[in-house]
Design a protein around this ligand. Structure first.
Ligand code: P6P
Length: 357
């Protein structure tokens, strides 16, 4: 037999097949279709991958590239100081999608209003909502950061109105995040499970690394900024006291949502960013942080709530609306919710007793 007639051994064949499963191919496999919408989604995810590679390249060399790190001196619509990397990454996604012909609008944490691409609005019936660099406080100290994205169809004929974005999270058709860590990973869902791709810099391609990821029903991790302890409602403080007093829990908090969620997706547990007495709505933004991650975690078998309502059911009143976020393994999220329900029940009983005098 000639060399060519001898099949590769199974390990080599598996590795070759895997390296040929690129993100755009995987989307079409998930949809089992070559319809125009399937092709759109495949092309959209390909542009997300391009943006991710451009951001990863900048981050990898940020310490060497002049003027890549530090603050711009401006504050964004959130009232947060803007990092140079925030501005760069925000523009990367705009540039990647301006040329795509698919997206009419981009709505970002870094922009007060959506960015419109008029040439695309007659044909490109999609909106990209994104947080270009999540956890940017980690950028200058070379710790992990992420990007979060959600894609929704553009509804209605008025391209310069964003009213149709003020709908619940079930309207998302593709979601995911990019984790810029020791390796760059892209984790996504289009409603057919959750899948992870790892960037192979030697190929310049995201290659399938984990398919149909399932979050454990329970895990040891609780991820929360305990520095806010005295600002929380008593119910959340009661939950934290519970995990302090019971074996089997461990605290992990990186200050970057994507890294904390990624850990919980694989190891199980719960991430909390609760509201406070002064800011009941919390810090995290619904449309381009909580809702995409809620969709993804629920696709992996987990749960995401405000504490009293499923995140995916929340209808925002404005583009940059915030919500409390409790997200992760379904048993751990349910445990946090049980402390909230217990506290609310006790409060109602007290109010009834008080009203009876
Ligand atoms: P705090 C980063 O600014 C971010 O939006 C998330 O990535 C992160 O989980 C959270 O805020 C951290 O907020 O108040 O704990 O520093």
């Amino acid at each position: 037999m000639t060399e060519i007639d001898q099949p590769l051994d199974l390990n080599h064949q598996y590795a070759l097949d895997r390296d040929c499963t690129t993100l755009s191919r995987h989307v079409l496999q998930q949809l089992q279709s070559f319809s125009p919408e399937a092709q759109d989604l495949s092309a959209l995810m390909n542009r997300i991958a391009l943006a991710a590679k451009l951001v990863a390249r900048r981050l990898t060399r940020a310490g060497l590239v002049e003027d890549a790190l530090g603050f711009t001196g401006r504050t964004n619509v959130q009232g947060e100081s803007v990092k140079k990397m925030d501005v760069f990454a925000n523009q990367v996604f705009i540039s990647a999608f301006e040329q795509s012909g698919l997206v009419c609008r981009l709505a970002s944490e870094e922009m007060d209003n959506p960015y419109y691409i008029p040439d695309n609005c007659s044909i490109g019936r999609y909106t990209l909502l994104y947080d270009p660099i999540d956890g940017s406080s980690n950028v200058d100290i070379n710790l992990n950061v992420g990007s979060i994205f959600a894609i929704r169809r553009q509804e209605g004929e008025e391209p310069y109105s964003s009213e149709d974005l003020l709908q619940d999270g079930h309207k998302q058709i593709a979601v995911g995040y990019i984790l810029y860590g020791p390796s760059t990973m892209l984790v996504y869902s289009i409603g057919h499970g959750v899948h992870a791709f790892t960037l192979d810099p030697s190929l310049g391609e995201f290659i399938l690394s984990s398919e149909n990821i399932r979050i454990p029903d329970h895990g040891p991790v609780y991820s929360v900024n305990e520095g806010n302890f005295w600002q929380w409602e008593e119910s959340i403080r009661n939950y934290i006291r519970y995990v302090h007093r019971h074996e089997g829990y461990t605290a992990r908090y990186s200050g970057a949502l994507v890294g904390d969620i990624h850990r919980i997706l694989f190891q199980g547990g719960v991430f909390l960013y609760p509201g406070t007495v002064k800011k009941p709505e919390g810090k995290l933004r619904l449309l381009y942080e909580s809702a995409p991650l809620a969709f993804l975690i629920e696709q992996a078998g987990g749960k995401a709530s405000t504490g009293t309502q499923s995140i995916l059911d929340v209808v925002p009143e404005k583009l940059h609306a915030r919500t409390p976020l409790i997200i992760g393994s379904k048993e751990d999220v349910a445990l946090v919710e049980s402390f909230i329900q217990e506290h609310n029940r006790e409060q109602q009983e007290r109010e009834i007793l008080t009203s009876k005098g």
